[in-house]
Design a protein around this ligand. Sequence first.
Ligand code: FAD
Length: 494
Amino acid sequence: MSQRVIVVGAGPVGLMLAGELKLGGADVIVYEKLAAPSGESRGLGFTRRTAEVLDQRGLLEKLGEFRWGRQGHFGGVRVDFDRVADRHYGVMGLAQSRTEELLGAWVEGLGVTVRRGCQVVNLRQDEESVTVVFEGPDGRDEDTASYLVGCDGGKSTVRGLAGIEFSVQPATRGIFLADVVGVELPMNPIGRHVDGGGMILSVNLGPGVSRIVVHEPDVPPHHGEQEPTFQEVADAWKRMTGDSIHHGDATWMAALTNAQGQAEQYRSGRVLLAGDAAHDHAPLAAQGVSTGLQDAVNLGWKLAAVVSGRAPEGLLDTYHAERHPVGQRLLRDTLAASLLYLSGAEMEPLRAVMRELAGLPAGARHLAGLVSGVDIRYEMGGGPQAVHPALGLRLSPDRRITVDGIVRRSAELLHRARGVLIAAEGTAYTADGWADRVDTVRGTWAADEDDDKPGALQLPDAVLVRPDGYVAWTSPDGGELEAALMRWFGTPAA
Ligand SMILES: Cc1cc2nc3c(=O)[nH]c(=O)nc-3n(C[C@H](O)[C@H](O)[C@H](O)COP(=O)(O)OP(=O)(O)OC[C@H]3O[C@@H](n4cnc5c(N)ncnc54)[C@H](O)[C@@H]3O)c2cc1C
């Protein structure tokens, strides 16, 4: 089998995946229809878990200036992150174009080829390979690889060409978004309900620029693909707030709905989907970029291991098994959040109940986990003895380990996108047969400021961490180490 993988789409997800594949040793090429990045601001940050995923690859520190959002919300219901163990706050006020720039520079540095101005128009696959047909600057051409991943957005061409069903829930609400200049606006980052059922939101994007969101009750979701006019957006803002922004202008605008959909399968033979191509939804919970980047980090090391012949093909099936339920929950939560956010007074009793629940420790913990993504748990398949509470959860990148007298963050140990066996000094656990894929680190866990908070996880003597940061085995109570190594990293080297 060739080690070649084709990625379609150089949005944030395609770029992240390309980098992960390259780190895993695959030969990767990206085809992107746009001649240059769109530069659209779109997503304005990402969740805690996604920040952690970037941290694991040493990318967070390269993002430049951003701020952490200490307060979260679920459909406008505040969630106090400081009350719960673990750090749930996400990255705020960072235009998606900046995240894409960072990822673009990263993959370039890794030596990935991104062929811009190449629109994929057809594909075919057989037992051995997949071939993509594209229209490029020099006309129509083809390329062949072992696998192809469609990261080509919500209207994914790849999804249609691979015959993957997409179940859609139709829109019931619509919103305008605009990046407005030339107007001073009071900041309202969580949003405010307007008498009669509207909702408005405004966030500062930098000197002189504000992102606004307007929802009007009883206005049917905006039709079609067309960008709204600034007059339409400003009229809606005036109707909802009484204030005129007509003297300003917008650098970017969009009309969106709460329609959503999900691919029924994330894999069809040699074709896989990630990001919006796999799950498309309203940006009301600000989770699109985040979930897509995590798809990429879940898939990259597995696909690289399969094409490099280090792991059996069955490893790829865990991608759908792990990420499809995450996408399903994302759609459920986004719909729930959109109804809480964009409904009138009839929703107020339910909002009040949600506020009460968010005020209870267990409620705050549950909602914080949903919003931040740090509660995602995968089935690690270690059998009935595998019962440790850390199994299947991510290892926080902030956990510190003292190794040879030097304190290291666990994030650093994952920079190379390899597995890591972290074992206490004096224990005999080893991953020697897998040394080409798994690093062994001996050290001592340092105390963490969250250790005494309710719900804090006590770390075991030894953990096996997958390249995506999830705990695959623990000692005690994690099952057999060798079985876990075989399951996630294939047979040991001769
Ligand atoms: C108006 C708007 C506002 C948003 N706001 C937020 C927000 O606040 N927070 C948030 O988290 N998310 C937000 N999102 C969602 C977020 O932008 C997406 O979830 C994210 O861009 C998904 O990344 P992706 O890489 O999967 O797809 P995309 O970013 O859509 O990238 C797909 C890429 O594939 C390319 N492509 C498509 N078809 C082909 C083809 N046939 N051949 C070659 N290339 C192709 C496209 O040109 C594009 O570059 C918003 C989205 C929109 C539209």
